[in-house]
Design a protein around this ligand. Structure first.
Ligand code: CA
Length: 365
């Protein structure tokens, strides 16, 4: 505004002033400021998810020296966590940072763009999105809702969850009220549990009050802040339901289409950087957090046995049948995902997986 007042005043000063104003006006147009409201599904300052979304917003601002002015709202600061989608699709806000599987009620295809049961690891989903046709399918799905989505973080492989009793067979899951969103929740329902989808900020109170018996959230680093161990001591691994949960930056497509190529690239680059940084932070902090949970909080670490895992596998296939029957697009996404999972799984087996197993064996890790 000050700049505009200055231009108006100099313009009113006479012919010489008007010439000065027009010479200043050209760069002012090229440097057009853009307002960008970002909403998210995470509590403010929540480690990893919230801080990652905030870091991404700040990075866009910093990369443009404030020319893209990002105003960030954590969950419930502008709209509720699960209202983020509609806020952006409607154009009330320009972008959300979220887990796209929260929108599976709108279309089951969304689940594939966070994580699905027996799905892809961090490195695998990056390969599928960037080089396996995943981004094109994500664009097709998001386009139906007026959105453009991109990768913007990852938690890595998640833990199986917190239980107040041991799970030694699929029968132990029957009647269990568990917070588990996405298709993982549908798998639990097939096994007789009652899944609920609660935003992060509401899980603890429901677990402590007994409204739910079990919950999954993320992994040791995030979960330690949630204090779930106060109500559920058994901490199971590995989670079948979220092997590499990818977070999304979902942008209003109409707004996106009006941005310059430069601004689109800046936003994409910032999101891509966060996709990398968030994963590094989760990996760096999870091991020590797990050790502390066991040593300081008396958490009992347990591994799902093969029988329980086989039950997860059978129920997962039933869930996928339902997803494929939903629409042509769901089937197309599932076909692409399955092809990627087969190719990438075979390669992971003789590369990362084989190497880490041998390294840890030799070193006794
Ligand atoms: Ca989770």
């Amino acid at each position: 505004m000050k700049r505009r007042e200055f231009l108006t005043k100099t313009g009113a000063a006479g012919v010489a002033g008007a010439a000065a104003a027009s010479s200043l006006a050209a760069p002012a147009v090229a440097q057009k400021r853009t307002e960008m409201v970002v909403v998210s599904t995470w509590p403010r300052d929540f480690p990893g998810l919230g801080t990652g979304a905030q870091r991404l917003s700040q990075r866009i601002s910093d990369m443009t020296d404030g020319r893209i002015k990002v105003e960030y709202f954590a969950a419930s600061e502008r709209v509720g966590a699960f209202d983020s989608f509609d806020e952006v699709a409607s154009g009330n806000a320009q972008a959300y940072h979220a887990a796209d599987y929260y929108w599976k009620g709108k279309h089951p295809g969304w689940a594939y763009f966070t994580a699905v049961p027996f799905g892809l690891s961090y490195t695998e989903i990056n390969a599928w999105i960037r080089f396996g046709g995943g981004q094109q399918l994500w664009d097709e799905l998001a386009g139906q809702f007026g959105l453009k989505c991109m990768m913007a973080g990852n938690t890595g492989c998640q833990m199986g969850g917190w239980f107040n009793k041991e799970i030694t067979s699929a029968d132990d899951l029957k009647g269990l009220k568990m917070r588990i969103p996405g298709l993982g929740g549908d798998v639990m329902a097939k096994l007789g549990a009652s899944p609920v989808s609660l935003p992060g900020g509401q899980i603890y109170e429901n677990l402590v009050s007994g409204a739910i018996d079990a919950t999954e959230w993320v992994g040791p680093w995030n979960d330690s802040f949630m204090k779930f161990y106060e109500a559920a001591k058994y901490y199971y691994y590995p989670g079948f339901h979220e092997p590499g949960s990818m977070l999304a930056f979902g942008v209003n497509a109409s707004w996106w289409g009006k941005l310059s190529k430069t601004d689109q690239l800046i936003i994409e680059s910032a999101a891509s950087a966060e996709n990398d940084i968030m994963m590094a932070e989760y990996n760096a902090k999870s091991g020590s957090a797990l050790a502390s949970l066991i040593k300081d909080q008396g958490v009992k670490l347990r591994k799902f046995n093969d029988d329980v895992y086989d039950s997860f596998g059978d129920a997962t296939e039933e869930v996928f049948e339902g997803v494929r029957a939903h629409s042509d697009l769901s089937k197309k996404i599932d076909d692409s995902f399955r092809k990627a999972r087969k190719d990438l799984g075979a390669w992971s087996k003789i590369s990362d997986q084989a190497y880490v197993a041998q390294r840890n064996r030799v070193l006794g890790v």
